[in-house]
Write a protein that binds this ligand. Structure first.
Ligand SMILES: Cc1ncc(COP(=O)(O)O)c(C=O)c1O
Length: 432
């Protein structure tokens, strides 16, 4: 059976007339991989179905939130029950306390936290607070790490920006990024150099402890420990952006896996169970600087939304119920894909995998440790690989610089099919 996408094509044409580029978030356009986006009609478990009735084994997982796959009935039931009591209050409610307690118990460094509507809001608010608390303006970020689309964070920010080739974004005045200093991931010397030139003026270092927005990159042994020590010796706060890794790598996020404690943490994605949400938190002393107890302003009409909160509570409860087995099983599945693929010797693809996340990098480099390694990849070949798998019913992220996510819903049959089609596609591309 051929892969017909005529209904999606019509929708995309209509979309392009009223939505810039036809999409509400750039990477969805498939521009980075060639071709046109497919329009999803419904999604259940590990599968997405498009308007032309094509079925895909999905590894995008909405870019991270769907650790239980699509349309998990227990999460839907919780959200639906909450919705019957009201969709938003703009007032306090019991469940926001419960979610905050659950988060604080599972990620102990988040002694206090505040809910937002997105990861972008979480990182943006967290940095404002870090600046307010330290009375310093500068921040350090790492090449290839993405922290949402706040102006001053759009510097060498991985994924979308790498995909579309802009080092930053027009519309961001130079003055807005002059306090953003950029270091190289896994290169502690590059951070030390910045501190030498900017003594007593760096409020915070923000990083994805396990970067997932330049494809998946792993921190070197002790890199995170060294970074925290270096920051603290400069009275600089460390912010872990665990919007992806939080509840994905373990119940306590990457900080639990690597046994380190940041001063502040941003989370999102999984804690909303598929609904829009984010959160930032950290030491009580810092969080108490937030309005109304302190002078640093931060707010949100829909923050703590009861429907999203109900979805988030159920998700975290389900994770707690099946911890640690769930994380062991998820890791096993992702490793199964990596090892299955690597059983064939294909020398132009290198897979990074950690927990339930993985990326097929199209490069002959033996190790991918930072953004410049990532930029050596052949995005053209990735595009061919993506298209070949798409037409075989496997949905990879539509960019070389994104990460694949395995969920509890993927069966070993799904994984075997994925491995077989990946090998077939890679061999085809290699012989062209
Ligand atoms: C690590 C990280 N931080 C922040 C964000 C921004 O989150 P949102 O898209 O919910 O604003 C993302 C989004 O992909 C992310 O991956």
């Amino acid at each position: 059976m051929g892969h017909s996408t005529s209904k999606s094509e019509v929708l995309f044409e209509l979309a392009c007339k009223v939505i810039p580029g036809g999409v509400n978030s750039p990477v969805r356009s498939f521009k980075a991989v060639g071709g046109k986006p497919v329009y999803i009609k419904k999604a259940i478990g590990p599968y997405m179905f498009d308007e032309d009735q094509n079925k895909y084994i999905d590894y995008i997982a909405s870019f991270g939130p769907l650790i239980f796959g699509h349309s998990n009935q227990k999460i839907i039931d919780s959200a639906f029950a909450a919705m019957k009591d009201g969709t938003t209050f703009g007032a306090c409610h019991k469940n926001e306390v419960k979610l905050a307690q659950l988060i604080s118990q599972t990620i102990p460094s988040m002694e206090m936290l505040r809910l937002t509507n997105s990861g972008t809001e979480a990182t943006m608010s967290c940095i404002r607070l870090a600046r307010g608390f330290t009375k310093r303006d500068k921040i350090i970020k790492f090449e290839g790490c993405y922290h949402g689309h706040a102006d001053y964070l759009l510097v060498k920010a991985g994924s979308g920006l790498s995909t579309f080739g802009s080092p930053s974004s027009p519309g961001v005045p130079d003055e807005f990024v002059k306090n953003t200093l950029v270091a190289r991931f896994n290169d502690i010397d590059s951070v030390e150099e910045i501190f030498k030139k900017n003594a007593n003026s760096v409020a915070a270092i923000i990083l994805e402890p396990v970067p997932a927005n330049m494809g998946l990159v792993l921190p070197d042994e002790k890199f995170l420990n060294k970074l925290i020590d270096l920051a603290h010796s400069n009275k600089t706060l460390v912010i872990f952006d665990e919007v992806v890794s939080g509840y994905r790598l373990s119940l306590g996020g990457a900080q639990k896996v690597f046994n380190v404690r940041p001063d502040m943490t941003c989370i999102g994605k999984i804690i909303g169970g598929g609904f829009p949400v984010g959160a930032f938190g950290g030491k009580k002393e810092i969080m108490s600087m937030l309005s109304p107890t302190g002078p640093v302003y931060q707010a949100g009409t829909l923050s703590g939304n009861p429907v999203a909160v109900a979805g988030g509570i159920r998700t975290i409860e389900l994770l707690i119920e099946s911890n640690p087995k769930i994380y062991i099983d998820l890791e096993k599945k992702a490793r199964y894909i990596k090892e299955g693929f690597e059983s064939e010797k294909i020398n132009f693809i290198n897979i990074n995998q950690f927990g339930s996340m993985l990326t097929f990098f199209f490069t002959k480099k033996k190790s991918i440790r930072n953004y410049s390694d990532v930029l050596s990849c052949d995005t053209n070949l990735y595009g061919k690989f993506f298209s070949s798998l798409l037409s075989s019913g496997v949905m990879l992220p539509p960019s070389q610089f994104e990460t694949m996510f395995v969920s509890t819903a993927h069966s070993y049959e799904d994984l075997d099919y994925t491995i077989a089609k990946s090998i077939e596609s890679a061999k085809k591309i290699g012989s062209e």
